[in-house]
Design a protein around this ligand. Structure first.
Ligand SMILES: Cc1ncc(C[n+]2csc(CCOP(=O)(O)OP(=O)(O)O)c2C)c(N)n1
Ligand SMILES: [Mg+2]
Length: 535
């Protein structure tokens, strides 16, 4: 620990404060968290550095807010938490950010000594390792220089690698001791321009029925993606994280986000070249083991671990934007004679939409009614509810990165706090939260934070009076449904108790009106919806 410094007076501060100054110098303008006696030195610097702090009501809320902020901006979402329970409480959001490739950085305090001294406040057996189970990495800084290096390493890796959650912990005495400031100049992340081998271009160009599968990792230069797909006359699917990369109203060969429909395997089997970009093709994308293709398969991903999952395919370890620019450069003068027909795409889409409607009745018309009126740049954050599962399939997006869902980890309680982080990140732009009656109660207390912040946030609450997805699953498995009905509070009264607005529209027209009104309000509005909503 540095206690002497050659820095001019006023620059030497407790390390906790220096870390906040350092983050500010690296572009961090907002930190989500909860202070305690262990990490209060990190709070000494926050106001001085000019960083806004959002006080969550639970560290889980802080973590999801940081995640929502990061998904809205592409910039790191940062959270401050205390030793022990603070870190434990934020582990769920860290696991969510890990699985969904979101740049979230949690900085916590930790005890100075754990081996020889038991029974200390907030003590746990191995906090660093606990963090490592849900993060890309979890490291302890044992000096100020190490803390600075770890922060810069995290921020650099967010830009140069697949972004995933990271955890840095700093011993309390180190946070309290004085330290020189962090190095002034942040490291510059450089991603080299890349090109793939020529045979990939010729395979793609000679295909008659090329099919793109676009995941969240393909989000970057949307125009380049659309140009490549159009110039090749390719058909396309998006994963849930890639929704909006292709606008179905402008591209009649876009199948949408229906990859999880079993029959999409037949479509994949009818392609003569599949190009999967920025997608793991994970269980939660396909809900089956295989995509279903039998042809050439080209995988493009920044993460070698994703590519290593299918070594038999053509693998390109590349940044998605670099890939699309590289392909585009080879498509000048190329005229595609597409083997796909708009009729086959339209037919499949209509069947899949009808299937989605039949599986979870009553949701599709509500989605349609809302989609018809919501502003184009609205950003949605959904929880694990049937409303979202259906919405993610049938609600076509015309731009990427505007519907965020806790896909990989599948965590209840994500919707509201993540939407708060998103709304904080995009002041003046429309943000919407979507939750089910059960999941909403995991993080309902963050209504307090949303009210405090005066966020014009509509919260679409889909109340079917139960854990309906689980009940449906039990019935399919021939288990007599149990533990799927919970006593619900009066949600509107609860929201009002927090100081939010609450409405219970009865018709689609009222719902549309209330949703638009909520986007202009001075506080969040709970919009209570049930299957009784009538057209
Ligand atoms: C932290 C966590 N615990 C448990 C689950 C399992 N789970 C998934 S959906 C669900 C029920 C959600 O009920 P509700 O929010 O009312 O949505 P609905 O399915 O009724 O639309 C449960 C318990 C989960 N995804 N996450
Ligand atoms: Mg429910």
């Amino acid at each position: 620990m540095t206690t002497k410094s050659n820095a001019p007076r006023g620059q030497t501060r407790p390390l906790g404060a220096q870390i906040s100054h350092m983050l500010k110098s690296r572009g961090v303008d907002t930190i989500f968290g909860i202070p305690g006696v262990h990490n209060q030195e990190m709070y000494r610097g926050i106001e001085e550095a000019g960083i806004r702090h959002v006080l969550a009501r639970h560290e889980q809320g802080a973590g999801f807010m940081a995640d929502g902020y990061a998904r809205a901006t592409g910039r790191p979402g940062v959270a401050y938490v205390i030793t022990g329970p603070g870190l434990c409480n934020i582990m769920t959001p860290l696991g969510q950010a890990y699985s969904d490739s979101v740049p979230v950085l949690a900085i916590s305090s930790c005890l100075d000594e754990t081996a020889a001294k038991r029974g200390q406040l907030h003590q746990m057996l191995d906090q660093e390792k606990a963090g490592a189970t849900v993060c890309d990495w979890s490291c302890t800084a044992n000096s100020a220089q190490a803390a600075y290096r770890l922060v810069d390493r995290a921020l650099t890796e967010f830009q140069t690698h697949r972004p995933r959650s990271k955890h840095i912990q700093v011993p309390i005495a180190l946070l309290e001791g004085t330290a020189e400031p962090a190095p002034a100049t942040p490291p510059v992340a450089r991603v080299a321009a890349q090109a793939g081998p020529d045979h990939v271009i010729s395979t793609i160009k000679s295909a008659k029925r090329p099919l793109f599968v676009l995941g969240g990792g393909a989000c970057g230069d949307t125009r380049a993606v659309r140009d490549v797909v159009a110039k090749l006359g390719a058909a396309s699917f998006v994963t849930y994280a890639g929704r909006g990369l292709i606008d179905v109203s402008a591209d009649p060969l876009h199948f949408g986000a229906y990859l999880a429909r079993p029959d999409s395997a037949k479509t994949a089997a009818s392609a003569d070249c599949v190009i999967a970009v920025g997608t793991e093709l994970a269980d939660v994308d396909l809900w089956r083991d295989e995509l279903g293709h039998t042809c050439d398969f080209i995988r493009v991903d920044i993460d070698p671990k994703v590519l290593a999952q299918s070594p038999q395919d053509t693998m390109l370890q590349m940044d998605a934007t670099a890939f699309f620019h590289w392909v585009l450069a080879h498509l000048e003068g190329h005229t595609a004679a597409t083997g796909w027909t708009t009729a086959e795409v339209e037919k499949s889409r209509a069947i899949w939409r009808a299937e989605a409607d039949a599986e979870r009745p009553g949701i599709v018309p509500v989605c349609d009614a809302l989609r018809a009126v919501m502003p184009a740049d609205t950003m949605y954050y959904s929880d694990m509810t049937q409303f979202a599962y259906t919405g993610k399939e049938v609600w076509d997006m015309d731009r990427p990165g505007h519907w965020h869902h806790p896909s990989g980890f599948g965590t209840l309680g994500y919707g509201l706090p993540a939407a708060i982080g998103g709304a904080v990140a995009r002041p003046g732009l429309p943000t919407v939260a979507i939750a089910g009656d059960y999941g909403f109660q995991y993080t309902v207390q963050e209504l307090g934070a949303a009210v405090e912040l005066g966020l014009p946030l509509p919260i679409l609450l889909w109340d079917n009076g139960k854990l309906k997805e689980i009940e449906d699953s039990m019935i399919r498995a021939q288990i007599a449904p149990n533990a799927v009905i919970a006593h619900n509070p009066d949600f509107c009264a609860l929201a009002r108790a927090y100081g939010a607005y609450a409405v219970a529209p009865e018709t689609f027209a009222e719902l549309q009106e209330e949703a638009l009104k909520a986007l202009k309000a001075d506080k969040p509005t709970l919009i209570y919806m049930t299957a009784d909503l009538s057209p």
